[in-house]
Each structure stands twice: as C-alpha cells, then as structure tokens.
Design a protein around this ligand. Structure first.
Ligand SMILES: Nc1ncnc2c1ncn2[C@@H]1O[C@H](COP(=O)(O)OP(=O)(O)O)[C@@H](O)[C@H]1O
Ligand SMILES: [Mg+2]
Length: 239
C-alpha cells in the first residue's frame, strides 16, 4: 500500500522492500531481500544480530553510503537524493555517523575534527565553535581539545567521533558498533554519554551493537538474522 506523504513525513527514515546483493567476480552475495524498516522522529532503535547478517550493509544503505539492489530509502517521506553532490549535502546536513573505527583525520586536532562536518556544511561560525566546545565538555574532553588523534586514547578518539557526529544537529545518528573496540566499562560509559546527547538534542538513533546493556537503552531492539529484520527476543543467548 502506498503511504500518503503525511504519514511518510512522520518517519525520520524508512526503508521499503530493501534488497542488497554484492556482485563479485564469481557469483553474488545476497545479504537480504524485501526488508522493511521505519524509524520515527527522535526514536532510538538498536539492531543486533550475528556477524555477517548484514547490519553494516543496512546502516550503509540507510545513510546513503551504498545503494540497494532493489527498494528505496526515504527520509521524511522523500527518496534520498540520487545525485552524488545532493546526496553528500543531505548526509552532511541530516546525518551523523559513528563507526567502529574513529576515522579521525590525523593532522587535525580534536576540535578541528569535530568541526569538519560544520565546515563541509558551510557553517563554520562562532556558534559552531561554541557548540563544539559544549560537546567536548559534555564528553569530558575539553582539556584534550587541541590534541591530535594520535595523542588521544582509544576511548577519547571515539568520544571525538561521537561529538563530530552531533556537531550539525543531525536528525539521525547512525552508529555501527561504535564502542566495540573498547573494554566493557569504557563502552558503557561512552554509550551513556551518547544516549545523553541524543536525548538532549532529540536526535533519532540507529545503533548496531553486540552489547546487551547498550541495546537495552534503545526504544526498540530489532534482530537482523537470515535476511529478516524483526523484534529481538527479550531473552536469548549472546546477541
Ligand atoms: N563489499 C562486499 N562485497 C561482497 N560481499 C560483502 C561486501 N560487504 C559485505 N559483504 C558480505 O555481506 C554480508 C553482510 O556483511 P555485513 O553487512 O558487513 O554484516 P554485519 O555487519 O552484520 O557483520 C557478509 O556475508 C559479508 O561477507
Ligand atoms: Mg558490521
């Protein structure tokens, strides 16, 4: 059934009939087909599932970093821009990403890295600098503002990556096992900070995680397994 524009707009992000196959020289890898997903405004959804289930693939499709073989991703009822420059502008304005690896630029300080999306959006002004300092403060990193990534611990690098994801006040943050490389205590501390930030700004969040306690902080937990996305059983072995 076709959704009306009004119904679609209530959804921050939506995937309809999403299919992805990776073409390789010898054959194809079919990750999933006919996947549907909807994220309400300001909602936090955790996606769990076994390694290789397609969680990163799904996040990349939702963020317009990769294209589906079939189906569509919509933002507030409208399909993602098709032109590369329009898509990049949309991503920069509307989305924040946190990956398992921080992807900070090594020759830029912590605060300069945080301000990169603001610079790309043409919004590198006093307000953005103020906001960057506020994010550093919220993440307990103000004393490290002028450190290069190589002068930060793993946890601190990942905090900078979180601040960078939030700098443009995106409608959605997509996080792919953001604290998977950190020890459990650090991971819990940082996930607490991430959820504080999204609550403060009303940011919608899709987070892929293996960590049960992190998943439990979300409004909904979905399991991606054998090409299907559905509610995660409350009590089941390791995620
Ligand atoms: N670029 C690619 N080319 C071919 N196969 C890929 C590619 N990226 C991922 N895959 C395969 O697609 C499946 C899903 O991968 P991925 O989305 O990374 O899973 P997850 O994040 O859940 O561990 C895996 O079987 C993986 O080997
Ligand atoms: Mg993955």
């Amino acid at each position: 059934m076709e959704l009306t524009a009004a119904a679609g707009e209530a959804r921050e992000l939506e995937a309809r009939g999403l299919a992805k196959a990776y073409r390789r020289r010898r054959g194809e890898v079919h990750v999933f087909s006919g996947l549907d997903f909807a994220l309400a405004r300001g909602e936090a959804v955790a996606i769990v599932g076994p390694s290789g289930a397609g969680k990163s693939t799904l996040l990349n499709l939702l963020g317009g970093l990769d294209w589906p073989t079939h189906g569509q991703v919509l933002h507030r009822g409208l399909p993602l821009p098709k032109r590369g420059d329009a898509l990049a502008a949309w991503r920069c304005r509307s989305l924040g990403f946190v990956f398992q690896f921080h992807f900070l630029l090594p020759d830029f300080t912590a605060i300069e890295n945080i301000l990169l999306p603001a610079r790309m959006a043409g919004r590198l002004d006093a307000a953005a600098r103020e906001r960057a300092r506020g994010l550093l403060e919220a993440l307990g990193l103000l004393p490290r503002a002028d450190h290069l990534p190589g002068e930060l611990s793993g946890g601190e690098q990942q905090r900078v990556a979180v601040a960078r994801a939030f700098i443009n006040r995106p409608a959605v943050v997509l996080a792919d096992e953001p604290f998977g490389n950190l020890d459990r205590n650090k991971g819990e501390e940082l996930s607490g900070l991430l959820f504080d930030l999204r609550r403060r700004d009303g940011t919608a969040l899709v987070i892929v995680t293996h960590d049960r306690s992190l998943a439990a902080k979300a409004d909904r937990v979905l399991l991606l397994s054998e090409g299907q996305l559905g509610p995660a059983p409350a009590e089941k072995g390791a995620l």
